[in-house]
Design a protein. Structure first.
Length: 225
């Protein structure tokens, strides 16, 4: 709450520390509330398609919508309404990416990518009404083409927003697509990020704990950066 300058207090659930978050699990997001105040809340990861007819179809749609692309987020039916009026920041200490066969590392080698402190993914959120009348909130991370050293690991990366763009990004009154997309256009999209290889134990959702982000040594030809 200090890092994101939230002064409204917090009465929601305290999520346990999680080093291996999977789709549909609860995560924190930062957004503006109805009084235009910044708030912290929890939602499930993966945006529920607005037309989902029941809990089963909602869950299925979430697994297919954990990420939205910068190139098409304003056009895709699942994402476009949220993009114009329900944007959020998704805080994290880092994230995993798996090497592709296009880079210099063994395919599927996991890496942990992080900044000096908390990082903020650009995100969107929405509220789905179930047939029983209850509401479920969910969110997706916006991704972009990878740049600089991150492109040697994977061809995509989350879109990160610096502090000076948070207010505009969270403003629900900002609904012009070109202006919103302009907020994601950064001169140095990977500024302040670092990466190192980690154990393949992260590949199993049964594994969790801080040991998953412990660095490992790769063979000499694959030494990172």
């Amino acid at each position: 709450m200090d890092a994101f300058e939230i002064t409204t207090g917090y009465v929601g659930p305290v999520l346990p520390a999680d080093w291996n978050i999977t789709p549909t699990r609860e995560i924190y997001i930062v957004r503006d509330n109805r009084e235009a105040q910044r708030e912290l809340t929890t939602v499930s990861w993966g945006l529920i398609a607005p037309w989902s007819e029941d809990a089963q179809s909602a869950l299925r749609s979430q697994s297919q919508a954990i990420n939205a692309r910068t190139e098409t987020v304003h056009e895709k039916p699942t994402f476009r309404n949220a993009f114009t009026s329900r944007r959020c920041l998704i805080p994290a200490s880092g994230y995993y990416e798996w090497a592709t066969e296009m880079g210099p590392y063994a395919p599927k080698q996991p890496f942990f990518i992080h900044g000096d402190g908390l990082i903020a993914f650009a995100g969107i959120w929405d509220r789905w009404r179930s047939p029983d009348g209850s509401y479920q909130e969910s969110a997706a991370i916006i991704t972009r083409p990878a740049v600089e050293f991150l492109a040697t690991v994977h061809h995509r990366m989350p879109t990160f927003l610096p502090h000076d763009r948070w207010d505009a990004w969270l403003d629900p009154a900002l609904n012009k697509v070109d202006e919103i997309r302009g907020l994601m256009d950064l001169a140095e999209p990977a500024l302040g990020l670092s990466a190192y290889p980690v154990s393949s134990r992260v590949n199993s959702t049964a594994n969790n704990g801080s040991q998953l982000i412990a660095p490992i040594e790769l063979g000499e030809p694959e030494t990172l950066f």
